[in-house]
Write a protein that binds this ligand. Structure first.
Ligand SMILES: Cc1ncc(COP(=O)(O)O)c(C=O)c1O
Length: 403
């Protein structure tokens, strides 16, 4: 058999076998963001407002703590829950910032980022056919993770007209006898929306009345500009039914370390732990040491970076509005979600042509749910000088379209 025959035979066999793979997975579309990373990697001189991560490198003292742990021989598994010292520090942090209490022994689990936390929490909650309500536009992983866990995502739409804030009435209208949980992520990716406390109180009341579980992804909780962040489990009546998901990636510029946590009442955490221990064993050990340093001594870094994001937020929002791309000032996180309807292009066309013609990357809004169409997501966690150049290029692009 020559090499060509071997390859050909392999390909036919692969096609056969691929047909045997999971229908559930096949039906989930690939992320609209990934496609952009591939194009981007092949181009020079691109300003990327596409990727959702801080431009800052992890602060030196945090990095050092991770490296030191390695040189000191901390290269082994930790407890499935993670280092007790870090769980204690996270418990203290949550209590100091939000007044919410968790027992570090039994109510906090360290994970490989909030990505893992979302996945394992959903798998611990969902039975086949359960519905999970998701305010949209939403983080790209939410729908797929619900589907992978055997559930059915039920989106509720928000729009620029209401600053992308959903209401308790919308949640109430989406509840059916099959609703198991709400997956809430505020401040929101991709809109930056946050909800006022009064709205939260009504949502908690609905969850209580219908015996629903609330999964609250608070990864952007420290990046808030227009109002104080509401920690959902700290709301009256919420603690018993809330799974709090938190992380280090965004506020401490630690995306590559893959470290986050779940905080939940003991009996619920046990379910989540069961999934975690069989799929991951424990969060990366060096990252746990780095996170320990971050949570104990990283507050000045959080404040410094938040300050920079706040300035960049004003720069980009003003710039976009002044060129006729209507942009709601985001309440939190580091994304803005301007409307591109005035250009007459679809979100996909806008994003693709802006990249090809002006070398500025952003993400088409429909990647975050159907109601995101007509918008694009731009991440402003990039240096202000790059935002300025990007704005010049976007203005040139928009002018060309209208001219
Ligand atoms: C809303 C939201 N949740 C979770 C994640 C994943 O974060 P991590 O790096 O902690 O896995 C992201 C990353 O973009 C996000 O935007």
């Amino acid at each position: 058999m020559n090499a060509d025959t071997a390859v050909g035979a392999g390909t036919a066999a692969q096609a056969d076998v691929t047909g045997r793979l999971s229908t559930r997975v096949r039906n989930v579309p690939a992320s609209g963001i990934r496609k952009f990373f591939d194009i981007l990697a092949s181009m020079d001189d691109v300003i990327s407002l596409g990727v959702g991560e801080p431009d800052f490198v992890t602060p030196e003292h945090i990095m050092r703590a991770g490296v030191d742990s390695l040189t000191q021989g901390e290269t082994h598994y930790t407890s499935n829950y993670g280092l007790l010292e870090l769980r204690e520090a996270v418990a203290e942090y949550l209590c100091d910032h939000y007044g919410v209490r968790y027992d570090p022994q039994t109510e906090i689990l360290l994970t490989a980022g909030v990505s893992e936390a979302v996945d394992i929490a959903l798998r611990a909650v969902i039975d086949p056919g359960d519905e999970v309500i998701v305010p949209e536009p939403a983080y790209v992983s939410y729908r797929p993770c619900i589907t992978f866990a055997g559930g059915e995502p039920v989106g509720i739409d928000s729009s620029a007209a209401t600053q992308f804030r959903i209401t308790a009435d919308q949640v109430a209208a989406a509840i059916t006898p099959r609703t198991k949980a709400l997956l809430l992520g505020f401040p929101a990716n991709p809109t930056g929306a946050m909800l006022p406390r009064e709205e939260w109180l009504q949502i908690v009341e609905l969850a209580r009345r219908h015996n629903l579980i609330m999964l609250s992804d608070e990864i952007y909780g420290r990046l808030a500009y227009t109002m104080e962040h509401t920690c959902v489990s700290a709301l009256p009546g919420a603690w018993d039914r809330t799974i709090l998901l938190g992380g280090f990636s965004k506020s401490y510029a630690m995306t590559g370390w893959r470290i986050g946590y779940v905080a939940a009442p003991g009996p619920m955490l046990e379910y989540i732990m069961k999934v975690h221990q069989y799929v991951l064993m424990c969060a990366p050990t060096m990252s746990q040491y780095a996170a320990l340093q971050a949570v104990r001594h990283g507050e000045p870094d959080v404040v410094r970076m938040l300050d920079a994001y706040a300035q960049r937020r004003t720069l980009i929002v003003d710039g976009l509005n002044s060129m006729g791309l209507d942009c709601v000032p985001p309440d939190g996180a580091f994304y803005c979600f301007p409307s591109i309807r005035s250009t007459g292009l679809s979100s996909q066309e806008f994003a693709e042509r802006l990249l090809q013609e002006e070398h500025v990357a952003c993400v088409a809004g429909d990647a975050f749910g159907p109601c995101g169409d007509g918008h694009v997501r731009m991440c402003y966690a990039v240096p202000a000088a790059d935002i300025e150049v990007a704005l010049e290029r976007i203005a040139r692009f928009v002018n060309r379209l209208s001219g």
